[in-house]
Write a protein that binds this ligand. Structure first.
Ligand SMILES: Cc1cc2nc3c(=O)[nH]c(=O)nc-3n(C[C@H](O)[C@H](O)[C@H](O)COP(=O)(O)O)c2cc1C
Length: 198
């Protein structure tokens, strides 16, 4: 039988493992936390979910960053509520992570400039889509994307980096010998955790 992981029955190690998975996510394309699901709440109170690419996670700050179009529904929902949640499940290591927290759009500041500068051209192109994301089309191909460097640069005002500051984290490890579930809430600069019944 596979040996139990080091973090089993060690809540501090479980938290460290959770952040290691999140911090590795942006670099490792096959990591489940490379493309977590992002949840927001819309103007009717209904939950909305979609996949995003996690660009950066920072354990010390407790933050996660992704990018989106400021014309998108998710940007409007984050602007209206200031809240978001993220979820991922890594079937290889049998770990589910749930994150909820506050969320802030960065459009015109240094953080957004740096994020834009660090984006690949193939990503920047998306921010020049016309009409904007979510607009109804007469046919599936009735939209355009910028083709020249100058036209791609014009998409910058549509770009925003979103930083989620986690206020609650939840970790679930599945194992036949006994699942382990834990949750943490942010207390100042640190986390207070507890085991939960799975
Ligand atoms: C693999 C994958 C990665 C995606 N990454 C992003 C992303 O990083 N940012 C983003 O805004 N949308 C991303 N999308 C598209 C969203 O899932 C969604 O369809 C789109 O942004 C519209 O969402 P909204 O109307 O809720 O704003 C991705 C979709 C897939 C399938």
């Amino acid at each position: 039988m596979t040996p139990l992981p080091d973090f089993y029955d060690d809540i501090e190690a479980s938290l460290a493992h959770l952040w290691r998975l999140l911090e590795e996510g942006p670099r490792l394309r096959r990591n489940a936390f490379h493309m977590p699901a992002l949840a927001t709440v819309d103007e009717t109170g209904a939950p909305q979910l979609r996949t995003i690419v996690l660009r950066e996670a920072e354990a010390v700050a407790g933050t996660l960053r992704f990018h989106c179009d400021r014309r998108s529904r998710k940007a409007a929902e984050i602007a209206a509520t200031g809240r978001a949640a993220l979820h991922g499940y890594d079937s290889a290591s049998k770990v589910q992570i749930r994150i909820s927290g506050t969320a802030m759009l960065h459009t015109d500041d240094a953080l957004a400039d740096e994020a834009w500068a660090g984006s690949l051209v193939m990503s920047r192109v998306c921010y020049g889509v016309a009409p904007g994301p979510g607009v109804e089309l007469a046919s599936g191909d009735a939209y355009s994307l910028p083709e020249t460097d100058a036209a791609i640069a014009l998409g910058r005002p549509n770009f925003c980096a979103v930083v989620v500051t986690a206020t609650r984290l939840e970790f679930l490890f599945l194992d036949r010998r006994g699942h382990r579930r834990a949750a943490w809430t942010r207390e100042g600069a640190g986390w207070t955790g507890t085991w939960l019944a799975p």
